[in-house]
Design a protein around this ligand. Structure first.
Ligand code: UT7
Length: 336
């Protein structure tokens, strides 16, 4: 497939603040051994996951997003009322509508912002950053609050061992701002999708095609259904290609990438992408072992962790890569 061309003379759109929230409750592989026929060995060997966080019943996706957003705004030293735009990437919105971004707007009292959601599954946070870049680059807004938040436990079937071992809950947020520092910030992105295999990864019921009914509930159609092996094969190819392509077209060698911040679906998929690039494992940011797959929140929390804890230096390159339902995939390059 062809990718859109590289950004020409990108304007400086930089991350000026980051925050994340993870629920306190931990669901371990040992806990899952008591729920379905699985084993810690199987889960660790096939996925790299040891434990994941689960939000309690009273906490929704927007509640987690609000907590992450408040931290990001505090870190950016930006008042909520000065936020111009809020984008929330999620596949687990609080409701069909209004958007989760509007609920976050209410929660943080960002009364001067406009807000909307993006649905690109696990690639959602990269799609949201890229969308925000275009608003910021055009001058339509001066700053943006970008969130990836998911309560995947709400759509996970804890009777299905094929999927229930994989997913977790959490939220990450960053504040983007157009600055005057030429050569810094978002340098390039590649967004791709292929709807032909939309059925590989989906929640079949609850939308307009199959509204909720006693039958749909009885058949457990409101949970994630996944053709894991197909998704795996696709993911390895897509992640390898988008990672190598964005590095090559920006003339970056593997050793120039400070941190690869990949979607955390499976450690084997992440390692395959890094290997294709020739990137040493010490430059990969993993959080899959402790949080599992949090869909759009995986890269959001990943970026926030790197920004907050890794002592970044001017000129460091951060490369985000992800794939997800749709199918969607993409990459985004930031120069610190
Ligand atoms: O964000 C995007 C969302 N999803 C993904 O990225 C998932 C992509 N897919 C994957 O990561 C992998 O395909 C899985 C981790 C889901 C599965 O790993 P796999 O190595 O592809 O296993 P498999 O599906 O080929 O299954 C191998 C065996 C099967 O048994 P048989 O048919 O060989 O007897 C499964 O029934 O493992 C069995 N199995 C399990 N065994 C223990 C499947 N799930 C489990 C489990 N515990 N939880």
């Amino acid at each position: 497939m062809r990718a859109m061309p590289k950004l020409e003379n990108p304007v400086p759109v930089e991350v000026i603040g980051a925050g994340y929230y993870l629920p306190e409750r931990i669901l371990t592989n040992a806990d899952l051994e008591r729920m379905v026929e699985t084993s810690d060995d199987w889960i660790v060997e096939r996925t790299g996951i040891h434990e994941r966080r689960i939000a309690d019943e009273t906490m929704s996706t927007s509640d987690m997003a609000v907590l992450a957003a408040r931290k990001a705004l505090e870190h950016a030293q930006l008042a909520a009322e000065d936020v111009d735009m809020i984008i929330c990437a999620t596949v687990t919105p609080d409701m069909m509508f209004p958007s989760t971004a509007c609920l976050v707007q209410r929660g943080i009292e960002a009364r001067n912002a406009f807000a909307f959601d993006i649905s690109a599954a696990c690639t959602g946070f990269i799609y949201a950053l890229a969308t925000a870049y275009t608003y910021l680059a055009s001058g339509y807004v001066g700053n943006a609050l970008i969130i990836g938040a998911e309560k995947l436990s709400a759509i996970t079937d804890y009777k299905d061992r094929n999927t229930c071992v994989l997913f977790g809950d959490g939220a990450g947020a960053v504040v983007l701002k157009r600055t005057g520092r030429a050569g810094h910030g978002i340098r390039d992105f590649i967004l791709e999708s292929d709807g032909r295999n939309a059925h590989w990864l989906q929640v079949p019921a609850g939308g307009s095609r199959m509204p909720a009914s006693t039958k749909s509930i009885g058949e457990r159609l409101h949970y994630i259904s996944m053709e894991g092996r197909e998704v795996f094969k696709f993911a390895v190819t897509a992640m390898k290609r988008t990672t190598v392509r964005i590095a090559e077209r920006n003339n970056l060698k593997a050793e120039e990438i400070t941190w690869l911040i990949p979607h955390q679906a499976n450690k084997r998929i992440i390692d395959a992408a890094a290997q294709a690039l020739g990137l040493d494992q010490s430059h990969i940011h993993y959080n899959i072992h402790k949080y599992g797959n949090m869909s759009a929140a995986s890269t959001a929390v990943g970026l926030a962790e790197v920004v907050l804890h890794y002592n970044l230096k001017e000129g460091d390159y951060l490369l985000l890569v992800a794939f997800g339902a749709g199918m969607t995939w993409g990459s985004l390059l930031i120069r610190w």
